[in-house]
Design a protein around this ligand. Structure first.
Ligand code: NAI
Ligand code: MG
Length: 334
C-alpha cells in the first residue's frame, strides 16, 4: 500500500484533485490518500499557507498530488509551492505536453520540458534600494549538472531521441552561458546517443506554437521552463492538458501545470485532464506503469469518442468528463 499526500489547495484545485483521486481509486486499491491544507484555504483555516503538518505529511508519504494555490500578494510571504519544492529538494520539474485531442488549426505536439526547479529567478531574493529593486538570479554548476543529467537519464529511459537546451546566453552570457556549457559537456560524455540541440528562448517560444515537432525533450532554466510549458500547453489545447511532476532524489509532488484559475473556480467547468494525467505520472514514478497507461488510454479514448471539455468547446465539466474516464476504466474498454 502506497501513501499519497493530497493537497487540494485553492480555486479549481479541489475540483481537479477530486477528479484525479476518483480516477486513481478506479484504477487501483493500492493507494491510501491522506489530505492536508495548503494556500489561502490553509491560511483561513489554520493561519498559514504552508502549515508544518503539511510539510510533515509530504515527507511521510510515498508521493503527493497537489491541485493549485492562489498566490499571496504580500511581500513578506514566501510562496508555499516554492517552499515545498525547496524543502523537499524537488530539483526537477518534468512537464510533458501532448495532444489528447486534435484541434483545427493547431499542429500536433509531443514535447517534454525538463525545468530546473530550485534556483534561477525563483529564489524570491529581491532587494529594495532608493532607485528600485534588484532580483538575484542564481545559476550554479551543481544544479545545472543535476538537471541536465536528469534530462539525459529521462530521455534514455523513455526512448527519446534529442534534447534541446533552451537558454538566453546571447544576453546572459555568464549565467546562461554556464548552463549551456554544462549541457554541451554532459551531452558529449553521458548523452552521446542523443541528438544535442540548442535554441534561444524567444525563438523557442515561437517554434512551440508554429512547429512544435522540432522539439523532443527540452532542458531549460526555471523561469523559461515555466513560461514555455504554458506556451506548449496552449498548442495542445490549453492549460487543462498539461501535467507536471516535481521530482527529487527522495520526494515527489505531482500537480497540473496550471494555477487556481479564479476566473472559473466554483463553476465545475475546469478541465481535470492535467491533474488526472499528473496522477498517471505519479503512478509511473511509483512503478505502477500498467495503471498509468490505463489512465492515459482512458483519457484519450474519452476525447476520441467526442466527450470534449468546455475549455475546447465541448460540453463536459470536470464531473461528467471524469465519470466518462472512470466508466471506461471500469469497463476495461480504454
Ligand atoms: P491559471 O493557470 O490559474 O489560469 C490561466 C487561464 O487558464 C485562466 O483563464 C483559467 O481559467 C485557464 N485554466 C487554467 N486551468 C484550467 C483548467 N484546468 N481548465 C480550464 N481552464 C483552465 O493562471 P493565472 O490566472 O495566471 O493565475 C491564477 C492564480 O494561480 C494566481 O494566484 C497564480 O499565482 C496562481 N498559480 C498557482 C500555481 C500553482 O499553485 N502551482 C501555478 C500557476 C499560477
Ligand atoms: Mg506556471
Amino acid at each position: 500500500m502506497k501513501h499519497i499526500c493530497v493537497l487540494p489547495g485553492d480555486g479549481i484545485g479541489p475540483e481537479v484533485v477530486e477528479s484525479a483521486v476518483a480516477v486513481l481509486k478506479a484504477v487501483t486499491d493500492d493507494l491510501q490518500f491522506e489530505y492536508a491544507e495548503i494556500g489561502q484555504s490553509a491560511l483561513k483555516k489554520v493561519g498559514s499557507t504552508m502549515p508544518d503538518e503539511t510539510l510533515e505529511l509530504l515527507r511521510k508519504c510515498d508521493s503527493s498530488l497537489f491541485g493549485a494555490i492562489t498566490s499571496s500578494e504580500s511581500l513578506g510571504e514566501a510562496s508555499p509551492v516554492l517552499r515545498f519544492r525547496k524543502e523537499l529538494d524537488l530539483f526537477a520539474n518534468l512537464r510533458p505536453v501532448k495532444n489528447y485531442v486534435n484541434l483545427a488549426g493547431r499542429p500536433s505536439i509531443d514535447v517534454v520540458i525538463v525545468r530546473e526547479n530550485t534556483e534561477g529567478l525563483y529564489t524570491q531574493n529581491e532587494q529594495y534600494d532608493d532607485k528600485g529593486v534588484t532580483t538575484l538570479r542564481r545559476v550554479t554548476r551543481a544544479a545545472s549538472e543535476r538537471i541536465v543529467r536528469f534530462a539525459i537519464d529521462y530521455s534514455l529511459k523513455n526512448a527519446r531521441k534529442s534534447i534541446c537546451c533552451v537558454h538566453k546566453s546571447n544576453v546572459l552570457r555568464a549565467s546562461d552561458g554556464l548552463f549551456v556549457s554544462i549541457f554541451r559537456e554532459l551531452m558529449a560524455s553521458e548523452g552521446r546517443v542523443l541528438e544535442a540541440r540548442e535554441q534561444l528562448v524567444d525563438s523557442a517560444a515561437m517554434k512551440l506554437v508554429n512547429s512544435p515537432h522540432e522539439f523532443d525533450v527540452i532542458v531549460t532554466l526555471n523561469l523559461y521552463g515555466d513560461i514555455l510549458s504554458d506556451v506548449a500547453a496552449g498548442t495542445a489545447g490549453g492549460l487543462g492538458f498539461a501535467p507536471s511532476g516535481n521530482i527529487g532524489r527522495v520526494y515527489s509532488v505531482f500537480e497540473p501545470a496550471h494555477g487556481s484559475a479564479p476566473d472559473i473556480a466554483g463553476e465545475g467547468a475546469a478541465n481535470p485532464t492535467a491533474t488526472i494525467l499528473a496522477g498517471a505520472m505519479m503512478l509511473d514514478h511509483l512503478k505502477m506503469r500498467n495503471e498509468a497507461v490505463s489512465i492515459r488510454q482512458a483519457v484519450k479514448s474519452t476525447y476520441d469518442s467526442g466527450h470534449l471539455t468546455t475549455d475546447i468547446g465541448g460540453r463536459h465539466g470536470s464531473r461528467s468528463f471524469t465519470d466518462h474516464v472512470i466508466g471506461r476504466l471500469k469497463r476495461g474498454d480504454s
